[in-house]
Design a protein around this ligand. Structure first.
Ligand code: NAD
Length: 514
């Protein structure tokens, strides 16, 4: 079932401009194309929305300077007072929920419900960070020396450079920014060059929140541009923490450069997430979770389900249900009611999908459904595809890498050990699930020798995490943790304090001297 006909680029341009204006972005900000500038496109038609100026090297330099200056003031503002800024930001995000969601759809291609969900995530993390602003707890430890107090304090860290990916154009920014601001840091944001418009809207709302709460304007700076703009943040010694979200390739470049200057690093890189479906699983529940995780967001989430590892006794029944459900997915205009799968971000993404499908077939894979382009005549520059399911004879090279498109590879297993070996036998380690009604299997999956991922779930899919937990993954996913739990600690520095309130000077470990 193909969605209704596509909107026209002119209409999308007008709608985007209205939404930007509503968020307080000045018209001059989006028609200022200049040499080496950015082009904002919409994946809905593949058409151009507008040109945008990219930050020059001097502008990036100045942005970091302003953020560093603001930090000197902001770090001395009591944390609960810093929370007031984040609270105001959350209110403004709520007021502009529809504006932001429509921009996310127009620019990243997400269906309306998922775009609204992304904005909700921003509001949720603001709530979380406001609470956190009164809970930046340090410990008091028992000192081994009489008349001594041993404790730790958490202090603001400095300027945080946020580099974000196209597929969560605003949520990733908010995870970093809400927490960083509450922690007393200031932020310079380099959004994806594929989604600059949503970043203009968010930055305008944060500027307004800062003015409303008497925070220094430099608490946040936006620098638009491509890889080179990101590199300037990476190499700037004034940027205390680089929090970068994107591909493993990007992380491989960024990691050593930040390490070389002893900067702090938080990497959120690619995933190659799997679900194990055991013979005791509730298959109907599993199918719903699988289809949302694998085909939702057109397979363009870092947590998208890419590998299905099914017990051979239930593989036939499960695949029949999955293929049937895939047949019901409406692919098309993400603004239209009832569409479940929007476009891929670009034609290059569809080419990568085609190449992966060809490689999988060359390895003996059998396409059970999907993979065909959709709406190609109507929008030759857009990239709509039917999500694919491919049964594989083995976990070959193509299965072990992340192709950022809706391809679900299916493998079968006989013993849980075999399933876990397949599951962990990839370089990435972000998200994972097991579907089972057997407690032993579930606990084994969550145990130290079970899933090796940063996220391990039981009877829900791999995607769609809540903000309350720490988000991130192991191995090539980069090891970073963001969002909830105690992820805030990455945004602060810890000082261990020993206070001697006695009139003698005992040395630790009983050492005697003088
Ligand atoms: P990408 O790596 O192409 O770009 C991500 C960002 O990094 C962009 O802003 C880009 O300009 C910047 N960048 C690229 N090379 C750089 C360099 N050498 N120095 C500094 N900055 C650089 O990724 P993408 O295509 O936008 O996003 C998709 C990828 O992101 C997928 O691999 C996906 O799994 C991953 N992702 C991971 C998470 C996570 O939390 N783990 C979340 C979202 C997306």
């Amino acid at each position: 079932d193909i969605g209704s006909s596509l909107p026209r680029t002119e209409d999308l341009r007008r709608r985007a401009q209205e939404r930007l204006s509503a968020c307080g972005v000045r018209p001059g900000a989006w028609d200022g194309a200049r040499d080496g500038g950015l082009t904002a496109r919409t994946p809905l038609t593949g058409g151009t929305l507008c040109g945008l100026p990219a930050a020059s090297p001097q502008e990036v330099e100045a942005a970091v300077g302003e953020a560093a200056e603001a930090f000197a003031v902001w770090r001395m503002r009591p944390a609960p007072a810093r929370g007031a800024l984040v609270k105001r930001l959350g209110e403004l995000l709520g007021e502009h929920r529809e504006d932001l969601a429509e921009l996310v759809t127009i620019e990243a291609g997400k269906i309306r419900s998922e775009a609204l969900g992304e904005v909700q995530e921003m509001i949720d993390i603001c709530d979380f960070a406001v609470g956190l602003s009164r809970q930046l707890y340090g410990r008091t430890m028992a000192s081994e020396r009489p008349g001594h107090r041993l404790s730790e304090s958490w202090h603001p860290l400095g300027v945080v450079g946020v580099i974000s990916a196209f597929n969560f154009p605003v949520a990733v920014w908010s995870w970093n920014t809400a927490i960083a601001l509450a922690c007393g840091d200031t932020v310079v944001w380099k959004p994806s060059e594929q989604t600059p418009l949503t970043s203009l809207a968010c930055a305008a709302l944060l500027t307004r929140a800062a003015a409303d709460t008497d925070a220094p304007a430099g608490v946040h700076r936006l620098v638009l541009g491509g890889r080179e703009t990101g590199e300037r943040l990476v190499d700037d010694a004034r940027v205390a923490l680089v929090s970068a979200t994107g591909s493993v390739r990007m992380g491989r470049e960024v990691g050593p450069r930040v390490a070389a200057r002893f900067g702090r690093l938080l990497l959120e890189l690619g995933g190659n997430n799997a679900a194990v479906v055991t013979s005791s699983a509730d298959l109907d529940l599993a199918v719903r979770a699988i289809v949302f995780s694998a085909a939702g967001t057109a397979g363009q989430r870092c947590t998208t389900l890419r590998r299905l590892i099914v017990h051979e006794d239930v593989a036939g029944a499960l695949l029949e249900k999955v293929v049937h459900a895939y047949g019901q997915l409406r692919v098309g205009d993400p603004l239209a009611e009832g569409t479940l799968v929007g476009p891929l971000i670009s034609c290059a993404a569809r080419e990568a999908m085609d190449e992966a499908l060809a490689a999988a077939q060359a390895d003996g894979g059998k396409v059970l459904t999907g993979g065909e382009p959709v709406l190609q005549t109507e929008a030759p520059q857009a990239a709509y595809v039917r999500p694919a399911v491919v049964r594989m004879p083995a976990q070959t090279a193509v299965v072990r890498r992340e192709t950022f498109a809706p391809i679900l590879y299916v493998l079968t297993y006989r013993t849980l050990d075999e399933a876990l070996a397949l599951h962990n036998g990839v370089p990435q380690g972000l998200s994972s699930s097991i579907f089972t009604r057997d407690q032993r299997e579930a606990e084994r999956f969550l145990a130290a020798d079970g899933s090796d991922c940063g996220i391990a779930n039981v009877n829900i899919g791999t995607s769609g995490a809540e903000i309350g937990g720490a988000f991130g993954g192991e191995k090539e996913t980069g090891g970073g943790r963001e969002s909830g739990s105690d992820a805030w600690r990455a945004y602060m520095r810890r000082a261990t304090n020993t206070v001697n309130y006695s009139d003698s000077l005992p040395l630790a470990q009983g050492v005697s001297f003088l």
